[in-house]
Ligand binder design. Structure first.
Ligand SMILES: *[C@@H]1O[C@H](CO)[C@@H](O)[C@H](O)[C@H]1NC(C)=O
Ligand SMILES: *[C@@H]1O[C@H](CO)[C@@H](O)[C@H](O)[C@H]1NC(C)=O
Length: 384
């Protein structure tokens, strides 16, 4: 149940009780005492409700060295303990930093990465040596779903046992399976962020942007606009290349009546082109919509390669990394070298905050986004 709903009832009875107190002001002290006891009871029970399953923390606007702006205000909360050692993902130590600004994120973001064994020795190490390593020091988490299991890896790579390994129907199957695995951690995270193994994520910016949205709403955040013609409304869905984040409420809704039913329904209604190519991002998007979940756009997701001069990080990446509006969240299609270079750049900027605060032209992102959507529609989607 939504904690907000749970408090409503007790609020009403609290008011009624207060009104009664006023009207019967002349009553004996016994009555007043009883009412006060009742009032105290509603107070304790309502605060009990609102804290269930919730780790509250406050976010700091800018942390030194890119540390994540998260810290539980109540480190003894049992949910924190549960987050600290889930078996199938990077474990999270509760951060020790104190904080100032309140955030709407009640707990962290679980990154849900799809991979394949061909990338276990190349892309996965690049992730784990860069942003994947930092997931460890925050309230966030990471699970990796592949075609072969690697239990010794940290976090363990989970095999999507019901799926194969291609970039069509099997990827749809794998993404659905990954969401089923993510749903095992529903109570531990606010958002479930689907990413690729050649994607860089800036955890701090991701948290900043997602904290502007309510995870108890039926919403998902990404780049809508791919696959026009697909889904019941013919509007298509997310361009998965930039990653997309599903709210806790949405993931919970997807898994009703059961995770198996979700997967069956997904695979039965795949978004398949005439050529036979199936799109996992569109298939998931249509499934989201079938479950009454709204697809919203957030900025800062770079689903495309950025052009520019220079190596290994060209001027385009340099600009995007320094952008304050939008804040860069993800970069896609990265080689391990670029992943490392981007990570170093963010780290350097974190050490010298002033450099990062330079104002950059806002339209750069929007122009790239328009071109990306155009590219995607030209290349891939021929309905008829
Ligand atoms: C995360 O931290 C735990 C304990 O501090 C450690 O055992 C584990 O190896 C770390 N994982 C990664 C991916 O760094
Ligand atoms: C769009 O496609 C062109 C041609 O393939 C490519 O050069 C360009 O980088 C792409 N732009 C985006 C934003 O995807």
């Amino acid at each position: 149940m939504d904690p907000a709903e749970a408090t409503e009832g007790t609020d009403t009875s609290r008011h009624a009780c207060a009104r009664r107190l006023l009207r019967l002001g002349a009553l004996t002290s016994t009555l007043v005492f009883t009412c006060l006891v009742l009032y105290a009871f509603t107070l304790t029970s309502s605060s009990g409700h609102t804290r269930v399953g919730t780790v509250r923390f406050e976010a700091r606007a800018q942390g030194p060295e890119g540390t994540m702006p998260a810290s539980p205000t109540n480190p003894t909360n049992p949910t924190v303990a549960a987050v600290a050692g889930p078996p199938a993902m990077v474990s999270i130590a509760p951060p020790t930093t104190t904080t100032s600004t309140t955030s709407r994120l009640t707990s962290g973001i679980l990154y849900v990465m799809r991979s394949g064994h061909q990338n276990y020795k190349t892309r996965i190490p690049a992730v784990m040596e860069t942003w994947g390593k930092e997931v460890n020091s925050t309230l966030d988490g990471l699970i990796i779903i592949g075609d072969q299991s690697w239990p010794g890896h940290r976090p363990p790579i989970i095999r999507a046992e019901i799926c194969g390994n291609d970039h069509s129907k099997q990827l749809c199957c794998k993404t659905g399976y990954a969401l089923m695995m993510a749903a095992q951690h529903l109570d531990e995270f606010s958002w479930f962020f689907v990413v690729d193994d050649d994607m860089y994520v800036n955890l701090e910016n991701s948290r900043k942007v997602l904290s502007g949205y309510d995870p108890s709403k039926l919403i998902a955040l990404g780049i809508p606009g791919c696959g026009p013609g697909f889904c019941a409304d013919k509007k298509g869905g997310f361009c998965g290349g930039g990653g997309y984040a599903v709210s806790r409420a949405s993931l919970r809704r997807l898994m009703v009546p059961s995770p198996e039913d979700f997967h069956k329904d997904l695979m039965k209604k795949l978004a398949v082109e005439k050529s036979g190519q199936a799109w996992d991002d569109i298939s998931i998007s249509c499934s989201l919509k079938r479950h009454n979940i709204k697809l919203l756009q957030i900025k800062g997701l770079h689903g495309w390669r950025i052009e520019g001069r220079g190596r290994p990080l060209n001027s385009g990446y340099e600009r995007a990394i320094r952008s304050r509006n939008p804040l860069p969240i993800t970069f896609h299609y990265l080689t391990p070298d670029m992943m490392t270079a981007i990570h170093r750049r963010f780290q350097d900027l974190g050490k010298h905050r002033l450099l990062g605060s330079r104002i950059l032209p806002r339209h750069a992102y929007d122009e790239q986004l328009q071109q990306y959507l155009l590219n995607m529609s030209n290349r891939h989607f021929f309905m008829e």
